[in-house]
Design a protein around this ligand. Structure first.
Ligand code: PEP
Ligand code: MN
Length: 364
């Protein structure tokens, strides 16, 4: 289903230049902590403040959020610091409380996106409101689940929609808390080009030392914005203490990022890029011709094997080809992963065309 969207520059939330930034503590803990952090962030030029009011914690007994009380503090942030405020909703009740207290925007957390019952409940509760909603990726790398959540909200009339990539839980060990699935996020962006895309380097990295590199990576890949956790005193934070930056460090981190443009009208750039793209176009045509020629030979091999009653798949031969190509690829600076994927696809097609030859014979 196509999404009917209102472009983010019409939400009145973010001012240029990009990236759009949402920042604030993992959790609202006390009125003082919320106000001090918000004042610090406003000084750094941040316009949109985040703070978790209800916290989905892995273990019971941890700080599970201050609850509705904290919404009053967010109202103070709006009034005294002039910031837009947003928080996470995971139920119909959370949505109603946010509407009642005039929260400007809400986001759906990773654990909730993965739950269609809750997504429907939230979408129904938001019906007929004008509140923008950002949807974090589900905990597991399931693109359809992520899209399904967006569709439920859109069907309920929510047109100010965006997404936040916060990485995925994996069973494999990774240096990051939640491994980024850049390719999956890019696939989603190319399906919905007008959907604003945020990255959450705090929850991806799980440690403040990764925030800069993950933010830069997101911008290099064309993300529109960042959601970063920031706390006036992270060492005493009641949740996610390791992955929050003090407002001044966040400001410094943001100014150190290189913001790239999607395109440029600069004449010199245009000429250079056009020339390089012309080279790529020629190489792609050559690649295609080589692939076609390779498949022609595969067909001949197919007929020859058929004449001599030989199996199509010769595992040892395929393994030898792959090994040789990986070795050669290494000399050319091509990664093993890439060679394995590219030759895997070529081999699969080669088997398919040989199979076609065999089948054709059997119909006679
Ligand atoms: C959060 O933003 O504080 C949060 C709980 O995020 P996630 O849903 O990505 O775990
Ligand atoms: Mn958090």
């Amino acid at each position: 289903m196509a999404l009917e969207l209102i472009p983010v520059d019409q939400w009145g939330f973010f001012t240029l230049p990009k990236p759009m930034v949402i920042a604030g503590p993992c959790s609202a803990e006390s009125e003082e902590q919320v106000m001090e952090t918000a004042r610090g962030l406003a000084k750094e030029g941040i316009h949109v403040f985040r703070a978790g009011i209800w916290k989905p914690r892995t273990h019971p007994g941890c700080f599970e959020g201050i609850g509705t009380e904290g919404l009053k503090w967010l109202r103070r942030v709006q009034k005294e610091c002039g910031l837009k405020v947003c928080t996470e909703v995971a139920s119909e009740r959370h949505v109603y409380e946010c509407i009642k207290f005039g929260v400007d925007m809400v986001w759906v957390g990773a654990r909730t996106t993965a739950n269609p019952f809750l997504m429907q409940e939230i979408a129904d509760a938001l019906k007929d409101t004008d509140i923008p909603v950002l949807v974090k990726n589900p905990v597991n790398p399931d693109l359809d689940l992520w899209i399904g959540a967006l569709e439920r909200l859109n069907r309920a009339g929510i047109k100010k929609l965006g997404v936040i990539h916060r990485g995925f839980s994996t069973s494999e060990k990774s240096e990051y808390r939640n491994a980024p699935g850049w390719q999956l996020a890019i696939d989603l962006a190319s399906r919905f080009p007008s959907l604003p895309f945020f990255a959450d380097p705090s929850h991806m990295g799980g440690d403040r030392k990764y925030i800069k590199e993950l933010s830069q990576r997101a911008l290099d890949l064309g993300f529109d914005g960042l959601m970063v956790e920031s706390h006036c005193n992270p060492s005493v934070a009641l949740s996610d203490a390791k992955q929050q930056l003090v407002p001044a460090d966040l400001g410094a981190m943001l100014s150190s990022l290189t913001v790239r443009e999607r395109d440029s009208k600069d004449q010199g750039y245009r000429e250079g890029i056009d020339q390089l793209r012309a080279q790529i176009d020629i190489l792609d045509e050559n690649l295609l011709y080589i692939l076609k020629s390779r498949m022609d030979v595969s067909r001949k091999i197919g007929s020859y094997k058929k004449e001599h009653n030989i199996f199509i798949v010769q595992t040892a031969r395929w393994e030898a080809i792959l090994e040789k190509m990986i070795r050669k690829g290494e000399e050319y600076g091509l990664s093993e992963k890439f060679i394995t994927a590219a030759f895997g696809a070529i081999h699969e097609e080669s088997v398919r065309v040989q199979d076609e030859i065999l089948e054709a014979g059997q119909e006679d």
